[in-house]
Write a new protein. Structure first.
Length: 214
């Protein structure tokens, strides 16, 4: 399947572990269906049975504004899809994204603006400049989805024309950090960037039994 970013944003949050939040404001499939998707991921590594070390993202949660996507995603994957209501507002060069659960509880509130390429990372970021931060702006080649039996579904993806550009975040609130196991942590905004018009392709997933480190 090929998916195209019409607009998107990924936020890196620096904690004891690093969490990436990817927000696709609009994605289009081959059937021309548009949908919102936000993905919550942890940067991690996995060693497969052959000893090869794979670098990628472990799925924490996925959110979308299409109930059919929730149903099919949870049927076919362990990506933990859930439904959210989405409001996106564009004012000049500023974008405000707000997602809420059906009961009204906030899930994500984010405002960002476009910036020049030489814009420094957010205040408090562990990265000294955009050049350094860009090295951690992906794309990650693998996604990992653990199964109850201890094995992990590994999917390799390819992405063309991945050209991230920095954005400035005015405010952000992520409900994930008010839930276990992140509750009580103090997340730091490490980096924020946007990518557009990205073709995604995924290889067939494979089951991997993690190998212990040597």
């Amino acid at each position: 399947m090929t998916l195209t970013f019409v607009d998107g944003l990924i936020i890196g949050l620096y904690l004891l572990v690093v969490v990436a939040i990817g927000v696709a404001l609009r994605r289009r499939t081959r059937t021309s269906e548009d949908f919102f998707l936000s993905g919550y991921r942890i940067f991690t590594r996995l060693r497969d049975e052959s000893g090869r070390r794979l670098r990628g993202l472990k799925i924490i949660r996925s959110e979308t504004d299409r109930r059919r996507m929730v149903w099919s995603g949870n049927l076919l994957t362990e990506y933990r899809y859930r439904y959210v209501r989405v409001a996106v507002e564009h004012i000049v060069d500023s974008t405000h994204v707000r997602t809420t659960r059906p009961g009204g509880a906030l899930s994500l509130d984010l405002t960002f603006t476009t910036t020049p390429e030489d814009t420094p990372p957010p205040a408090g970021s562990p990265f000294p400049d955009w050049h350094t931060a860009r090295q951690f702006a992906g794309p990650m080649p693998f996604t990992f989805s653990p199964r109850p039996d201890g094995r992990v579904v590994v999917v390799q993806g390819t992405r063309e024309s991945w050209r991230p550009r920095p954005v400035a975040v005015q405010n952000w609130q992520v409900a994930l950090f008010e839930e276990p196991p992140f509750r009580g942590t103090s997340p730091i905004l490490a980096n924020a960037f946007a990518v557009e018009n990205i073709d995604y392709r995924w290889e067939r997933g494979r089951l991997v039994k993690p190998s212990p480190a040597p």
